[in-house]
Design a protein. Structure first.
Length: 392
């Protein structure tokens, strides 16, 4: 199978070079047993990659099992993956084969692998390294020969940093990684996909396909598509059903597209988090300084008292000393309220933060709005509106 055939066979539309590269790598690694990690935002088409790999491997006549780790309840996931013995937990009336046993000789696709609980991650690492696993409630070591392909959205490294995903497992799964580009980076494919989906839905609903005017195509391409191809597909489905006028203008499309900035909070959220910790540290330093100052004043006060210099004492604001003993408590409770205070302040200054981000991005891209918008995950139109709003 070559790239073109793979696209045809698995209904993959698009000529983007990163997409083609992803398919190429999938075809190259297919004959081996190497683990592959598919990385891409939600809706970028990750699910076709493991299918391409399985179908082009020597395992293709054996089972292919696709599992969404985020959709299996934490309490039953080990039993589903590795099976259990009769009576191993309440309700386990019979023993059960796990997917790793059923898929022996085949391939398992673990979608949203970042959602796997830590205990299951340990079991998965073992089966990857040795081919061995143990059923829940059993002590007998069993063997299986399964190839693992996992998929994750781009946040897995953050999960590793937070200790929610084992680093060793991450590296083991990530022997080869295949990146799928977000739709906004596939500008040339957007209209192509739109036409394909419009034709599909027209067939399905027996109506003429939705078409776009020239300015509508422009708007379609400028939109950020935070939900990627899944969002585009659903959007075309919605248009196909509700729009009586089959030729859509830019103005209509603009009205129907959800506001892209409200759909891209991740960028700003991350930025806030970084600022928050920095600011928190600053607050702590300030409070420490204040405490030192109070102590210094206390020492001075004591000294003055010893010297009997009441005249000087009277020049010092008495309020400082009144709550001297409570100072420590105040500092503690103040520290506790910092978080709340910051939250309020952060949301108040979100406007400024966004403005700063946009300025930075424009500077970085030497004023090229298109590139800045792409980096910020907003459409060029939205960027333009924001620039006006910020008076930039
Ligand atoms: N290149 C593509 N061509 C046509 N349809 C696609 C393409 N990529 C994704 N899709 C469709 O978009 C939807 C989301 O794809 P999916 O693989 O489930 O995304 P992910 O797993 O990355 O969230 C599916 O309906 C899929 O068929
Ligand atoms: Mg998916």
């Amino acid at each position: 199978m070559d790239t073109k055939q793979a696209k045809q066979r698995f209904g993959i539309i698009g000529n983007n070079s990163q997409l083609e590269r992803a398919i190429d790598v999938a075809l190259q690694v297919a004959p081996t047993d190497i683990s592959v990690l598919v990385i891409g935002e939600s809706g970028t088409g990750k699910e076709s990659i493991p299918k391409i790999i399985h179908q082009n491997s020597k395992r293709k006549h054996n089972p292919y099992i696709a599992l969404n780790c985020g959709a299996i309840p934490e309490g039953t996931i080990d039993s589903e993956l590795f099976g259990h013995e009769k009576g191993s937990f309440t309700g386990a009336h019979d023993s059960r084969k796990g997917y790793f046993e059923s898929a022996d000789g085949g391939t398992i696709f673990l979608d949203e692998v970042g959602e796997l609980p830590l205990a299951s991650q340990a079991r998965l690492l073992r089966v990857l390294e040795t081919g061995e696993y143990i059923k829940v409630g059993s002590s007998k070591t069993l063997r299986t020969d399964v190839r693992i392909i996992a998929a994750t959205n781009v946040n897995i490294l953050e999960a590793v940093k937070k200790g929610k995903f084992r680093e060793d497992l991450y590296y083991r799964l990530n022997t080869i990684s295949i990146q799928l580009p977000p739709l906004r980076k596939r500008e040339g494919d957007i209209h192509l996909l739109f036409r394909k989906f419009a034709a599909d839905f027209a067939d399905q609903y027996n109506t003429p396909p939705i078409q776009l005017s020239e300015d509508a195509v422009k708007i379609l391409k400028q939109y950020a598509w935070p939900g990627n191809i899944r969002q585009l597909r659903n959007f075309v489905a919605q248009l196909s059903v509700i729009e009586k006028e089959r030729m859509l203008t830019g103005a209509t499309l603009e009205e129907l597209l959800p506001n892209s900035t409200s759909n891209t909070p991740v960028l700003f959220e991350d930025k806030n988090k970084a600022d928050l910790s920095e600011r928190e540290i600053l607050y702590k330093v300030l409070f420490d300084m204040k405490r030192d100052l109070t102590e210094l004043k206390k020492i001075t006060f004591d000294l003055m008292q010893k010297e009997g210099n009441t005249e000087l004492m009277n020049t010092v604001n008495p309020d400082i000393f009144n709550d001297m003993n409570e100072q420590q408590n105040i500092i503690i409770s103040a520290n506790e309220t910092i978080n709340k205070t910051i939250e309020v302040e952060e949301s108040l200054s979100l406007f400024d933060q966004e403005k700063r981000l946009i300025e930075k991005s424009l500077l970085k891209h030497k004023g090229k709005r298109k590139d800045a918008a792409a980096e910020l995950g907003i459409s060029e139109r939205t960027l333009y509106r924001k620039l006006k709003e910020f008076g930039l």
